[in-house]
Design a protein around this ligand. Sequence first.
Ligand code: P53
Length: 473
Amino acid sequence: MGLSKDFLWGGATAANQCEGGWQEDGRGLSNVDVCPAGPDREAVIRGEQVSLVCDGEHRYPSHEAIDMFHHFREDIRLFGEMGFKVYRMSIAWTRIFPGGEEEEPNEAGLRFYEEVFRTCHEYGIEPLVTICHFDCPVYLIEKYGGWRSREMIGFYLKLCRTLFVRYRELVRYWLTFNEINMILHAPFLGAGLLFQDGDEREKLKYQAAHHELIASALAVQMAHEINPENRVGCMFAAGSVYPYSCRPEDVWEALKKDRENYFFVDVQARGEYPAYAGKALEREGLMPVMEDEDERILKKGTVDFISFSYYNSRCVSTADSVESAEGNLFASAKNPYLTYSEWGWPIDPLGLRITLNQIYDRYEKPLFIVENGLGAQDFPDENGNVADDCRIDYLKRHICAMMDAAELDGVDLLGYTAWAPIDLVSAGSGHMKKRYGFIHVDLDDEGNGTGKRMRKKSFGWYQKVIGTNGEWA
Ligand code: P53
């Protein structure tokens, strides 16, 4: 028994959190480039207080990030040394179409990713490409208001066609949108939405979500037409919602909260709006405007597999007396049975097995865990070595839970990519010191440091895990 021989072990990153090189080779300005580090970040990513120009007062961590733009060969070599079978990464939209609306793609941007993919293959690493990971050209935000406009579908598909054709021989695995349900919590990151007074925010979010769902379904079809070997997945921020108590009201609340997330996957995996969503959106006046053809588009564009991030479970109660947990974009009650990370995220390995089983029960499609990891500070010793036992412990317990789901419960699993194989900028907080990597990067929150890469203790550990197909965990 055990995991299948071709199980895809690896790591996951996103362009804006690692590449830097924000103005290299004609790259255009993207929503992530105007998200500052520091206390103002949250209001920006939530779309509540956005400025589309960079000012001198804030630091914008995407601009330099960890400069993978210039270090990718060295970094991918290290991934190869760990034995990666897959590397999940994203394309920066504005490297390919700087404004989003150009007729012709930017050749320099295309060449950059071609080099990245070729480097992966040199080490026997299969790229898994997120087409849109919290990424929207600022030009399209200014002109169309981001995904609130249906015109975005055409611009997105132009990007997709360019990628599917150009990388036909280099890429097989694609994800249409990162954490598509995040649009409800961080709509500026997820859809380039920024709100003005008087905007019906919830309605706009669901309208934008509808446009992304249509775009995703059309992209799936296009990928299959261009190369029948393409495998396209959806991607959502998972983590089962527990009722805080067995009070029926809490159980009902948990089911509703789960549905908020599953709604997206229900559409992408089954090809239609689920009954509960139709009713709720209608009742609350949030039903998006749809075109006649949309029903057919969704039906014909169902995904080949379902991927998700899992960091923690969630917990809800309708009672006011229950303490809430801080530090996450998802509102959650504090689960008294769990311990919490430095950033206040609960740690729940069994929750991963529960989540995997729930998703597989619901869809019976192959699953792919494309993000899981622990954000924690590192304290290098005088030689620069990092003994990140906490991270090893977190990953070990989650990998064991995953293997239980596969071996004991029969969940069909394609692979596991740890977030993140190398330290990078945190999406939620903009911190550098919230580190996830097996590889330490010498940079701090102010961008000071040499940028030098160092293997942490977890590096050798993960290498053994991959080498033994998970048995070492
Ligand atoms: P960070 C929370 C907030 C923002 C993005 O998060 C998130 C989450 C987790 O549900 O989603 C993913 O960096 C995302 C990555 C991100 C990772 O979680 O805030 O896909 O881009 O880095 C971890 O610690």
